[in-house]
Design a protein around this ligand. Structure first.
Ligand code: B12
Length: 344
């Protein structure tokens, strides 16, 4: 992606927004009239994500965002046709204001498929079967019943279910489903927050048990959710997986400025730094942190492992970020790290 195009996109953003607003004014798209201020906000949002994806040279990120946005809007009774037409206007606006738009074609082409979403399912169809552990757990979360949720998991654990299995096959998919139920307007923000609080509570109760059959391998790692990223449950899981695999692990959660990360690395003699990102808007921050750490000679031997949703969407992104590697989930993270340090 040429920097010139990105710079133009940034400097002409307001002109493009105005073009789209003028073009769509008085047009009724689909059944719902969207308030102009909301539409303007959405157009700004779409352009921000386009710029961000282009900065990381990733049409895949833009397509993923478009699928998410379409899903969100469809559930607010705004039809896919509306989104499709908005994208057409934005594309036209870009063509009218920017010199070389050829490189952006791929972004819009790839996003097209995102408008053809499968039909929206009702909640019961979306959830895992009621008699399976994951299905039961999600239902307790949605019903706001933390005692039943907690007893379900602790009983499963005491009956021999492994913590790794509970993390990978109950907590992680349940959290993702909770997010999807929020996105598709089936549960409230309060229910989403409550569910996460319950999962964190049960993770804390399981925590003392993760040390049991671990043989220390002599290596040390730190797990951090970068900067203003508030999603910290994933990196907590990843950090716990390292602990279960014999690493000396340190979970620092979110809100760690780069200076604090470097201070921690200085004081602790870490072998590996695991960085997590969930929202695409935080990728710039991740890149800055990695660049800053890589600039320091003394951290040459620290391996940087990155992960989280955007890195799963675009498998090449970790290279653009300057990391040493990525892994799709907590289980695979251990494989990657153990290969780096020759642990079988
Ligand atoms: C809980 C939650 C929150 C909580 C977070 C609380 C906390 N203490 O963590 C709160 C309320 C703060 C929150 C806020 C927001 N959220 Co939120 N949130 C979620 C939710 C429901 C669950 C996240 C979670 O716990 N996932 C469980 C983990 C285990 O799954 P995972 O992320 O896939 O992690 C695995 C891999 O990615 C990988 N991995 C992850 N990190 C790393 C790191 C390394 C090194 C490696 C190797 C691997 C790796 O391994 C993990 C485990 O196997 C998600 C839904 C979802 N799909 O995840 C939405 C979601 C992420 N949120 C979303 C949004 C939009 C927001 C908000 C903007 C608005 C809102 N909903 O309130 C704000 C933004 C906050 C911010 N500045 O960051 C969207 C993001 C959409 C997008 N395309 O970007 C989602 C997807 C919901 C949705 N379906 O729309 N959220």
């Amino acid at each position: 992606m040429h920097n010139h195009t990105i710079e133009q996109l940034k400097s002409k953003k307001q002109a493009i927004v105005k073009f789209v607003m003028d073009k769509s004014s008085g047009k009724k798209i689909g059944k719902v009239d969207l308030a102009p201020d909301l539409f303007e906000r959405d157009v700004n949002y779409i352009l921000d994500y386009l710029i961000q994806s282009a900065e990381f040279n990733s049409p895949l990120l833009f397509a993923d965002f478009t699928a998410w946005l379409t899903d969100l809007l469809v559930n607010l009774k705004i039809e896919p046709d509306h989104v499709r037409l908005s994208y057409d206007f934005i594309r036209e606006g870009i063509e009218n204001h920017i010199d070389h738009t050829g490189i952006l074609e791929e972004y819009f082409e790839l996003s097209r498929e995102a408008f053809n979403l499968p039909p929206i399912l009702d909640m019961e169809t979306m959830l895992a079967p009621e008699n399976d552990l994951q299905g039961k757990y999600i239902r307790h979360l949605v019903n706001g019943d933390r005692h039943l949720a907690r007893n379900l998991i602790m009983d499963a654990f005491h009956s021999g279910k492994k913590i790794k299995d509970i993390y990978m096959n109950v907590f992680a998919p349940a959290q993702r489903m909770i997010g999807y139920l929020w996105q598709t307007n089936k549960i409230s923000v309060a229910q989403e927050h409550y569910a996460t609080a319950v999962t964190q509570l049960i993770m804390s109760e399981l925590y003392p048990h993760i040390f049991h059959d671990t043989q220390f391998n002599g290596l040390k790692m730190a797990g951090v959710a970068i900067g203003s990223e508030l999603h910290e449950l994933a990196i907590r899981m990843v950090t716990d997986f390292f602990e279960m695999d014999g690493w000396d692990s340190y979970f620092y959660g979110a809100n760690m400025p780069v200076q604090s990360i470097m201070k921690t690395l200085d004081q602790g003699k870490f072998d590996l730094l695991a960085l997590s990102v969930t929202m695409m808007v935080h990728l710039n921050e991740m890149k800055k942190i990695i660049t800053e750490i890589r600039r320091q000679e003394r951290f040459k031997t620290v391996k940087i492992l990155v992960g989280g949703n955007p890195l799963n969407v675009d498998p090449n992104l970790w290279k653009t970020l300057g990391a040493d590697g990525t892994a799709k989930n907590a289980d695979l993270a251990i494989n990657v790290a153990n290969t780096w340090f020759n642990i079988s």
